[in-house]
Structures are given as structure tokens and as C-alpha cells.
Design a protein around this ligand. Structure first.
Ligand SMILES: [Zn+2]
Length: 223
């Protein structure tokens, strides 16, 4: 009798493994993107439960949007509509391949930890530099990759967080933008792909967003 109880307990323990795995499923995409999963949110436990839930909820949205037909089509259309002379002089857009870029971002999403950064420097960066997040790096010891969201800029619409994940993952995928603040920085690939993800995450707020200074000026002249 005791033996069978132990067997049942062992069976329950075995079941606990997939259940524990199921707990991280919310960080994965859905449907055919179910295999693309962020690794974690807030490893250091610095966020409130509500903040953590909000950051986690944006993860599957980002995965699904970047792999959507709409994202690929709109990115290709944007690229094609860029002024030819401007592209020719721009090392980030010259030779840009929208299909390659979306695949690279999906690859960067997989296994990525969404951490946060606070402290005086992050506060200054948020206030004076408009910083939303940091690219983060790879843990030399574990090989784990992470991005750092600025804890002073978490009070944003979910679509904005989706854009931030795309922007930072684009960096992980090797896409860059000018270090200095040039008028066109918001038109470089990491920004444009983030803006497009934001558009698809919240189409209703897009016209207002596209008209503002955070969106690439070319969105306003294309159509
Ligand atoms: Zn950047």
C-alpha cells in the first residue's frame, strides 16, 4: 500500500515537471510561433506583480507580430519606399533584407531574458536622454543573453514595450543606428522595426504616434 502511494507521489512529481514548464509558456509566441520564447522577465525581482505581468504580456505579442505577414510586408514596403539617395548614403539600409531581418529578430527573441535597470544613471538616462532600455549583453559565465528595460520608463502602453523588445532584439541581431542623435536616427532599422511593431500592436494610436517626433519622418511622407 505504501509502495503504491509512493508510486502515485512519484507520478505526481513527474507531472510537476511539464507543469513547471507550462508556467513560462506566456513568454512564447502563439500558434506556429509557440516555439519562440523569451527566457524570463525580471530575474532580479525588482518589479511589482503588475509591472511584471505587463512586461510578460508584451512578449508573445512581440513574437507574433515580428513573424506576421503584415510585419514582413510593411517592412519590405517601407524599405522599398525609402528615398533611393538616402539609402545609398546609409550603411544601415544599404543591402537591408527585410526577410533576413525579421528572421534574425525572432532568433534574438528566443532565450532572451528581459531584465530591468534602475539606479541614478538609469534615472538620468530616462530624464535627459529619453532612454527606454539598454541593449544589455551576454553573461560571460552562463552565456545567457539579456536586455535591460529602464525601470523609470515602464509606465508606457504595452505597444511601446513591444516596440522596445523589437528594438533591443534588433541590436542583438546585429542591426545598429548612429551613436549620436542625428535627425534621422529614428529612421534607422532598429527604430523603424520597433515603430512598425508598435503600429501593428496598437493600430489605433498609430496615426498620432507617426505624427510625433519619436517616429521616423519617412512614415509621414510615404503612402
Ligand atoms: Zn538602439
Amino acid at each position: 500500500m505504501r509502495g503504491s502511494v509512493a508510486a502515485v507521489a512519484a507520478a505526481l512529481l513527474c507531472q510537476a515537471v511539464p507543469l513547471a514548464g507550462a508556467a513560462v509558456r506566456p513568454l512564447c509566441g502563439t500558434g506556429r510561433n509557440a516555439g519562440v520564447c523569451f527566457a524570463s522577465v525580471d530575474r532580479n525581482g525588482r518589479l511589482s506583480a503588475a509591472e511584471r505581468a505587463k512586461l510578460a504580456a508584451a512578449a508573445p505579442v512581440a513574437v507574433d507580430i515580428v513573424s506576421s505577414r503584415a510585419f514582413a510586408a510593411e517592412l519590405a514596403a517601407f524599405h522599398a519606399a525609402l528615398p533611393a539617395r538616402w539609402v545609398k548614403a546609409n550603411r544601415y539600409w544599404r543591402g537591408f533584407d527585410p526577410v533576413e531581418a525579421t528572421a534574425a529578430i525572432q532568433t534574438a527573441f528566443a532565450g532572451l531574458h528581459i531584465d530591468t535597470r534602475g539606479g541614478a544613471q538609469a534615472q538620468r538616462d530616462a530624464r535627459f536622454g529619453g532612454n527606454l532600455a539598454y541593449e544589455g549583453s551576454t553573461d560571460a559565465r552562463t552565456g545567457e543573453r539579456f536586455i535591460l528595460l529602464n525601470r523609470y520608463r515602464l509606465d508606457r502602453p504595452a505597444a511601446g514595450l513591444v516596440g522596445t523588445y523589437v528594438h533591443e532584439a534588433a541590436h542583438k541581431a546585429g542591426y545598429s543606428h548612429r551613436a549620436g542623435q542625428s535627425p534621422d536616427q529614428k529612421c534607422e532599422p532598429p527604430y523603424v522595426m520597433a515603430q512598425l511593431a508598435r503600429k501593428l500592436a496598437d493600430p489605433e494610436s498609430w496615426p498620432g504616434y507617426a505624427a510625433g517626433k519619436n517616429a521616423c519622418r519617412f512614415w509621414r511622407t510615404m503612402k
